[in-house]
Write a protein that binds this ligand. Structure first.
Ligand SMILES: Cc1cc2nc3c(=O)[nH]c(=O)nc-3n(C[C@H](O)[C@H](O)[C@H](O)COP(=O)(O)OP(=O)(O)OC[C@H]3O[C@@H](n4cnc5c(N)ncnc54)[C@H](O)[C@@H]3O)c2cc1C
Length: 396
């Protein structure tokens, strides 16, 4: 099995890389200030430039306004997109998971009204699952409720970490719609709530590790939306959520590899150029160990991720493989940036390099989309179950 970038993907991958390095890298410090006007204008300009350059929404299906790149080709492009935390939005790929979910499960009115503007980057999505008072690792306990009243859903509850809610046109809300006797995995549904609906109240934006990351705490106070805002059939919330998260984790892991490559490049260039005691830092054995460990972790993580992507592309949900790459990938990302900062010394923790910002983002990766511990538990259980059934586990 080859892990090389396929020949036919190289030209578009190169174009994407050049766009990011030449146009996104120089303005990352502006894009970081999400809430100010200069940041918004810069983002809009880059989005338009990406469209003009033919680089917009590369992985979205053609029927919803994207360029229809096949999953396995797009995976390699996504790796390059990951090199900047802001490139996803600049290139219109941030809405991929949500637009596929809406395309598959929303009512025709919703598709007509929201899907095209979403894929075109004219509106932004958000997703509300996690609640402050319930362990997000076990979402069967979520307390937000949706009750059918005539032709409307009435939603009450409180969510937090609804990323991007402040600038979003809508939030897809996971809530309990079935009674207490219904088994938890069939009791929750996803309902789409426009953010200008009365009763949808943003209580605060939670700062995270010194950044305003756009993570909103949202109160749902008798929020009333039409019955047709339900995604898919009633009680299918967890199923739809799984469909959304599987490919999403492959995309995350490929982007993390792009971040890691950037940190690794910086680390190696610094090791070769910084002189200590009359010789480059890279001649010190302890620095060489860091470079060795990092190279090995990146390579292993890349192979695991591509293998999971191939398995998924063949129609297998690849649950074990995806659980493994989520944990291994997040750790690899954290270790890589951490070591790069160490090689830079004091400069590594200043904003003179992108590393300190990348490091803060990397820390979140071990928590969102399921903390490490949950993935380890789920993977181990599946493997043990297979042994229990006398089937063992093959690493072929
Ligand atoms: C940057 C960022 C962005 C996010 N964006 C969104 C978003 O857009 N929408 C959304 O709905 N949510 C979002 N989240 C929330 C995220 O999905 C949750 O934080 C995650 O599911 C964990 O839930 P929790 O925070 O409630 O932690 P808890 O469930 O309270 O778990 C706390 C800790 O307990 C440990 N733990 C949990 N379960 C087990 C177990 N079975 N065995 C051993 N240890 C365990 C883990 O170490 C875990 O970190 C975001 C989070 C972050 C950090």
């Amino acid at each position: 099995m080859s892990f090389e970038v396929p020949e036919h993907v190289l030209p578009i991958r190169r174009k994407v890389r050049e766009f990011i390095e030449e146009r996104v890298y120089p303005v990352e410090h502006i894009l970081e200030e999400r809430s100010d006007e200069e940041s918004r204008q810069t983002l809009r300009r880059l989005m338009q430039e990406a469209k003009d350059a033919g680089l917009w929404a590369l992985g979205h299906p053609k029927e919803i306004g994207g360029q229809g790149m096949p999953f396995l080709d797009y995976v390699y492009v996504n790796e390059v997109i990951g090199s900047s935390e802001y490139a996803q939005v600049c290139l219109g790929t941030h809405s991929l998971q949500d637009s596929i979910m809406l395309n598959l499960h929303s009512s025709p009115e919703w598709r007509a009204k929201y899907l095209l503007p979403l894929v075109q980057g004219e509106i932004f999505p958000s997703f509300g699952m996690t609640e402050p008072d319930v362990a997000g690792s076990d979402p069967t306990g979520l307390q937000t409720r949706g009750v059918l009243d005539g032709d409307d859903w009435v939603i009450n509850g409180r969510k937090w970490f609804t990323s991007g809610a402040k600038n979003a046109a809508y939030t897809t809300v996971m809530c309990r719609t079935e009674d207490d006797d219904t088994p938890a995995h069939k009791a929750f549904s996803m309902i789409v709530v426009p953010t200008d609906t009365p009763g949808y109240n943003i209580v605060r934006e939670t700062p995270v590790m010194g950044m305003l990351g756009g993570h909103a705490e949202v109160e749902y106070d008798n929020v009333r939306v039409p019955r047709s805002n339900l995604l898919g059939p009633r009680g299918q919330g967890f199923l739809i959520s799984q469909q959304r998260l599987g490919p999403g984790r492959i995309f995350h892991c490929m982007r993390w590899l792009g971040q890691a490559q950037r940190a690794f490049d910086l680390m190696c260039e610094r090791a070769n150029s910084r002189m200590v005691g009359g010789a480059p830092l890279g001649e010190k054995q302890q620095i060489q160990v860091m470079i060795f460990e990092t190279a090995a972790e990146i390579q292993a993580s890349r192979m695991l991720t591509l293998q999971a992507a191939r398995k998924m592309d063949s129609g297998d949900p690849a649950r074990v493989e995806i659980g493994i790459i989520k944990v291994v990938g997040a750790k690899m990302l954290h270790n890589t940036i951490d070591r790069a900062i160490q090689v830079f010394g004091a400069m590594g923790v200043t904003s003179d390099t992108p590393l300190e910002r990348m490091y803060r983002h990397a820390r979140f990766a071990r928590i969102y989309d399921g903390p490490d511990e949950v993935h380890r538990m789920v993977v181990a259980r599946r493997i043990l179950k297979s042994y229990m059934a006398g089937e063992g586990w093959s690493f072929r």
